[in-house]
Structure formats: C-alpha cells, structure tokens
Design a protein around this ligand. Structure first.
Ligand SMILES: Nc1ncnc2c1ncn2[C@@H]1O[C@H](COP(=O)(O)OP(=O)(O)OP(=O)(O)O)[C@@H](O)[C@H]1O
Ligand SMILES: [Mg+2]
Length: 259
C-alpha cells in the first residue's frame, strides 16, 4: 500500500490484512511507514503500540546480523527467519505485525547495514514465506530491491479525489514500474459522491493506471478514530470497511487465478 500522506493507506492495509485473516490466511502486516501507526489500526492500545521497537532502530540486532569485525565492511547474508519469530507482535484482529522503521537515503545508494538488514528481511518475507504479506508503505518504495519487487503480487496506490494526491499517485506509479513491480493498481478512497468518483476514474483512465476499487468517505471511520478505537472493530460495519473487504475478495480471486 502506498500513496500520499493521509490518503488512507493504513486503514486500507489494516482492513485488507484483517479480511485475509477472516478468509483463513496466515497474515503478516508490515509497517514500513516512518511514523508507524498500523498497530493502532490493528487494535492494539496506544500503551502497547509505543512499546514496539522498529527493527531498523534496533542497533544490537543490526550489529549482531551484519557485523564482520572490519570497519566499513558488513555481512550481506544472514538468517532472518528468527527475526520474524522474535519481533512479530500478535494483534487483536489476528494479524501478526512487524514494524520495520525506515532507513533514509536508500534510493540515493545508501549501503548502510540497517538498510541491508531491511532488504534481506523484506526479500525473505515476500519471496520465501508462504504467508499473506500486507505492507503499509510511505510514498517511497525503498524497502524493495529489484529482486523482491518482481515478487510483489500487487502494489496498490491509494489516492483521494484531490488533484495533489492523484498526481503523487502518478509519481509512485512511475517509481514502482521502474522497480519492476508487475501489477500496479489504483484505489480511490474518501469518495463522497459521483463527482469524486468521476474525477478519480478520469484521472486514472487518462494515466493508463487500472483502478481496482473505490472506497466511500465514511463518517463512522472518523468517529471511531475520534473515540480512540479502530474502525476495523466497529460492531456496525462501516461502509468503508465493507468496501475494503470486497477489495480483499477481488485481490484474492485475481491472485488465485494467476497462481
Ligand atoms: N474512507 C474513509 N472515510 C473517512 N475517513 C477516512 C477514510 N479513510 C481514511 N480516513 C481517515 O483519514 C485519516 C488518514 O487515514 P490513514 O491514517 O489510513 O492514512 P495514511 O495514508 O496511512 O496516512 P499517513 O500518511 O499519515 O500514514 C484518518 O484519520 C482516517 O480515519
Ligand atoms: Mg499511515
């Protein structure tokens, strides 16, 4: 999941992950946003969420995995399956959560050990594990190396009807394409009426980016957040959450068809 700030990535990533659990998948959600908050969306309390340490900030772990004893030289091959066992947190929605954190400057050729660790871990999660993996990203795609990118089933770019978020979606599309991600699709969120829907459809159709789903603006989502709870646990199902579940169904159908 990627897209401009505030467009609804975390709601949709969390909602998809929770829907996949309901469908019987083992699901790992990865928070790769620099200011992580997927934990709250997945039903953890703020007091529990603050205790989760992002992997990229765990200096001991990074040292343990990549240290060679020679300054400026670090290891690129190491076990990462144990990191998942050790760091994944169970959430009330049945999704396991890994908080990655970020390493700045990856696209600029940064080769620091923390970045190496994240990339090896991402590759393991996406390519080697037989689980459903849902990743909440920022606008960038820096956690994915080329070798990993081509194994991503779907990159969803979330956008609101605003022209600014739509044009950010275009930039992310270019970046994702150049990285070799095969299926890049748009999701329109916070759709308040036919005008919004038309604007989103027109933009993506002209850009040649397939639109896989539209999610309505839903006051129930806003209310839940105001009350300090996750919209994903509302007893009266919100329209937005129902649309996200429908999106999960569509994605599973498409992935199974091509498998
Ligand atoms: N369909 C919707 N209807 C109403 N409110 C929504 C909807 N989708 C998202 N929101 C609200 O918009 C805000 C941003 O959503 P969210 O945190 O999911 O976006 P984000 O893209 O992850 O943001 P960030 O870039 O800050 O991580 C939240 O307050 C959320 O409740
Ligand atoms: Mg977010």
């Amino acid at each position: 999941m990627s897209g401009k700030g505030g467009v609804g990535k975390t709601l949709i990533a969390g909602g998809l992950a929770a829907s996949l659990v309901k469908r019987g998948f083992k699901v790992l959600a990865i928070d790769a946003d620099p200011s992580p908050n997927l934990a709250l969306m997945l039903g953890l309390k703020a007091s529990e969420a603050v205790k989760i340490k992002p992997i990229s900030e765990d200096k001991d772990l990074i040292q343990r995995k990549t240290y060679t004893g020679y300054p400026g030289i670090y290891r690129l091959q190491f076990r990462v399956d144990d990191i998942v066992e050790e760091y994944a947190v169970d959430t009330p929605l049945g999704v396991s959560l890994l908080v990655m954190g970020t390493v700045k400057g990856a696209e600029g050729g940064c080769t620091c050990p923390a970045n190496a660790l994240l990339r090896v871990l991402m590759r393991h999660l996406v390519v080697e594990r037989g689980e459903a993996v849902v990743m909440d990203m920022e606008a960038g795609v820096e956690h994915l190396g080329r070798g990993t990118a081509k194994h991503v089933d779907y990159m969803l770019i979330v956008s609101e009807p605003s022209y600014r978020s739509l044009s950010t979606a275009l930039k992310i599309h270019e970046l994702s394409k150049s990285l070799g991600i095969p299926n890049i699709q748009a999701v329109g969120n916070k759709v308040s009426g036919p005008g919004d829907e038309a604007a989103i459809r027109k933009f993506f159709s002209e850009a040649g980016i397939p639109l896989i789903g539209l999610i309505p603006f839903d006051e129930a989502v806003v209310e839940a957040e105001r009350a300090g709870s996750t919209p994903l646990l509302l007893s009266n199902k919100s329209r937005a959450v129902a649309s996200i579940e429908a999106l999960a169904e569509k994605l599973v159908g498409k992935i199974e068809k091509t498998a």
